[in-house]
Every structure is written in structure tokens, then in C-alpha cells.
Design a protein around this ligand. Structure first.
Ligand SMILES: [Fe+2]
Ligand SMILES: [Fe+2]
Length: 214
């Protein structure tokens, strides 16, 4: 059995994309052709991946800044940020060892389009939106890592993906649970459905660049 959070996770364990996908809140699966593209262009994929980890760490910390009175959120967001920083460091270490550039911040149209849907100034729903946005980021990242793990031949990158996929799966659930504290279940599910549909609409036009969300 794989121990997802340990460095001993075995990337040769068969990964069943369909099983992982079925448990994610996603409505559109990434085509396998995206994974083949990313596997063929690992320097670009990893440089982008590093930035994604950095961005999600900063986003988690920003949540603690928006809601300083929510002790549970502050604690969870800080712990999540620390974990994402570890992910960032792992990716950076691989890039550095190989002499591959980290690269600068780049436009992530998918994430920007999603984030623009957060409706400001109507708490508690703004907080819910911010958390559901986080849930979508984590869920799609988990899905992409799982997709790539199916085809990647590079053992070091396979290890990385085998560890990070399950971590991001845990994270989307955490974001969703945090969102569920201030709302009733049905209203939350309805709002999340809107997020999921929007995300799927965006994702349908993607899968064409070697970026994590490209
Ligand atoms: Fe991460
Ligand atoms: Fe994450």
C-alpha cells in the first residue's frame, strides 16, 4: 500500500486515474494528451509547478490575513501554507539539481478567471467563495498530477507526483470543510456546483500547454 505523504511512496504502484477522478469535484477530465505534452517538456512543467506551489502558499496565508478572528481558519491556513512551501522547496530542489530555470511568475488564465468569480462584500459568502476557489485549485492540481503520473518516465518526478497528488486531494477537502462551517449544506453544495461548472467550462479549453493549469 502506498503511503502518500512519505518519501517512500512507490511511483511504480499503478495509479488509476479514473478512480482518483471519480472522487474529485471535477466535471471535465484532463485529456491524456496533456500529460504526454507535460512529460515531454518537464523543464517547463516543473518551473510552472514550482510557481503554483508558491502561489497557493501565499493564497493560504492571505486567507489568514482576511479572517484573523477565525482561529481555526488561521491555524489551518498557516499549516497548509507551510506544507505548500515544502512542496515548493521540493520542486525547486529538482530544478536546481538539474540546472533547469525556475522562471518568473506567469499568467495563469485559468486561476485568474476562477478568482474573478469570488463575490466580494457579502459575508459569509465571500469567505465561502474564497475557500471554494481554493478547493478548485487543489482538486485540479491533484487531477493533473495524477494524470501526469500515469505517463511520466522520470522516477524522481514520479516520486514527487505520487506524494503531492494525495496531498492536494486532502487539501481540497480541507477547503470544502472549512467552507461548510458557516453555511447550510444544500446552499453550499449549490454554490460549489456553480464553481465546478465554471471550472469545467474553463478546463474544456485547456490541456494544450505543459503548465499545471495550462
Ligand atoms: Fe502543493
Ligand atoms: Fe495543496
Amino acid at each position: 500500500m502506498r503511503h502518500p505523504e512519505s518519501p517512500e511512496s512507490d511511483p511504480t504502484d499503478p495509479v488509476n486515474f479514473d478512480e482518483v477522478f471519480a472522487e474529485l469535484p471535477l466535471l471535465h477530465p484532463t485529456p491524456r494528451s496533456w500529460a504526454e505534452l507535460a512529460a515531454a517538456r518537464l523543464p517547463e512543467f516543473l518551473a510552472d509547478h514550482a510557481i503554483c506551489e508558491q502561489q497557493v502558499a501565499m493564497y493560504a496565508l492571505s486567507l489568514a490575513g482576511y479572517y484573523p478572528d477565525d482561529a481555526e481558519l488561521v491555524e489551518r491556513a498557516a499549516a497548509l501554507a507551510a506544507e505548500e512551501v515544502q512542496h515548493f522547496r521540493r520542486v525547486v530542489a529538482i530544478l536546481r539539481k538539474r540546472g533547469w530555470p525556475l522562471g518568473a511568475r506567469r499568467k495563469n488564465v485559468w486561476a485568474q478567471s476562477l478568482r474573478a468569480r469570488i463575490v466580494l462584500g457579502r459575508e459569509p459568502w465571500t469567505k465561502v467563495d474564497r475557500l471554494l476557489f481554493g478547493a478548485m485549485i487543489e482538486a485540479r492540481s491533484c487531477e493533473r498530477f495524477t494524470r501526469l503520473l500515469e505517463v511520466v518516465g522520470d522516477p524522481e518526478v514520479a516520486h514527487l507526483l505520487a506524494d503531492l497528488g494525495p496531498a492536494e486531494r486532502r487539501h481540497w477537502k480541507l477547503f470544502y470543510r472549512l467552507a461548510s462551517r458557516d453555511t447550510d449544506e444544500e446552499a453550499l453544495a449549490a454554490r460549489f456546483r456553480e464553481w465546478r461548472e465554471l471550472e469545467a467550462e474553463l478546463a474544456r479549453g485547456l490541456g494544450i500547454s505543459p503548465a499545471v493549469h495550462g
